[in-house]
Design a protein around this ligand. Structure first.
Ligand SMILES: [Zn+2]
Length: 343
């Protein structure tokens, strides 16, 4: 029996919003949860799903109700195999497809198998292709009493207004740096393989993840930091004319498309910040971005951000990270004074 708001306090606002609506028996059939990448939207949705499926929810203090943790439903949830909970997510970092939404629709109209309710999580609602969005609209327009839809949206990535208008929206804020740091240190101390990453690794992960705790944990556990360092090195060398574009772009291949676009987006945001005298979040890139901000008008940063957006929508068509990185690198090099560019 765990309270998600105890484990991840920054989820507390959106969690108590659900608690209140449940207590008043007014939980809407569709909720849209908005939050940064890696802030914990999925954990929040799993907790709400677990609560809705549990057959004997337990009351904690202050009116909070949580899944009991030991009924049949909770056991199935813990095993990750509850037949009345379905998660639809993009495959290989691309889009949620119409076939998935068709499966969702059939699931929504079928009777629950073992619980009295069904829960559908769409992670992420901002990655629905147009046909999938239209198919989802039908399910949203004909609410069924025994289904709750939890749509997850990454901040800054639009969801079609027709979808948004049929959901109640809740926002999950980022935790403070201190809260995120404490949570990350706790998680890391629970690692059982004896690998204890240093505090510098934790700090850098938090910084690059913008204090989104789940994302920072992913960085600590995976090889993102290493891949990112060599990608940044290639980027810097290319800007100085030391390596050709094809070679620089290769360094982005192992990151995959999503992370490649994520990095270029972060650098462009930092460039925009530096342009108005703000502080950049990526300390490694600070010198280079500071220099570019001094030698270019501010709109160049926004142009680069637009390019990332374009690449992201083109990602539907299976673009390769190397190809996208080449195009973005060339756009960035246009910011260098002519004499510094490689021919
Ligand atoms: Zn239970």
């Amino acid at each position: 029996m765990t309270d998600i708001a105890q484990e991840m306090p920054w989820l507390g606002g959106a969690w108590s919003a659900v608690q209140q609506r449940l207590a008043q028996d007014r939980l809407p059939h569709a909720l849209l949860i908005v939050g940064e990448r890696g802030v914990g939207k999925r954990e929040w949705a799993q907790a709400v799903g677990g609560l809705l499926l549990c057959s004997s929810p337990a009351k904690l203090g202050a009116g909070t109700v949580v899944a009991c943790g030991h009924c049949k439903q909770c056991e199935l949830m813990a095993a990750g195999s509850h037949p009345d909970l379905r998660v639809y997510a993009p495959e290989k970092s691309r889009m949620v497809k119409v076939d998935q939404i068709r499966a969702l629709s059939s699931f929504a109209v079928a009777s629950p198998q073992v619980a009295h309710h069904k829960v559908v999580i769409v992670d992420r609602a901002d990655q629905l292709n147009i046909n999938a969005a239209n198919a989802l609209l039908k399910t949203l327009e004909e609410p069924l009493p025994d289904v709750t839809l939890l749509l997850l949206q990454e901040s800054g990535r639009p969801v079609l207004p027709t979808i948004r208008s049929r959901c109640q929206a809740l926002t999950i804020p980022l935790p403070s740096a201190e809260q995120a740091g404490r949570w990350l240190a706790d998680k890391v101390s629970e690692l059982e393989d004896g690998s204890q990453p240093g505090t510098d690794v934790l700090a850098k992960s938090l910084l690059l993840a913008g204090n989104a705790p789940r994302l920072a944990l992913e960085y600590v556990m995976g090889d993102f930091l290493t891949l990112r360092d060599s990608a940044f090195d290639a980027f810097r060398k290319f800007m100085k004319g030391q390596v050709p574009v094809g070679e620089a772009a290769k360094a982005f291949k192992a990151l995959g498309l999503e992370d490649t676009l994520w990095l270029f987006e972060g650098w462009a945001v930092d460039l925009a910040r530096a342009g108005v005298g703000g502080e950049v979040t990526d300390p490694d890139a600070a010198d280079m971005l500071g220099y570019l901000a001094q030698t270019n008008p501010p709109w160049r940063a926004h142009e680069l951000l637009e390019r990332v957006k374009e690449s992201r929508s083109a990602a539907v068509y299976n673009a390769s990270p190397e190809l996208e990185a080449s195009q973005l690198l060339i756009a960035w090099r246009d910011l260098m004074p002519r004499k510094r560019q490689a021919s």
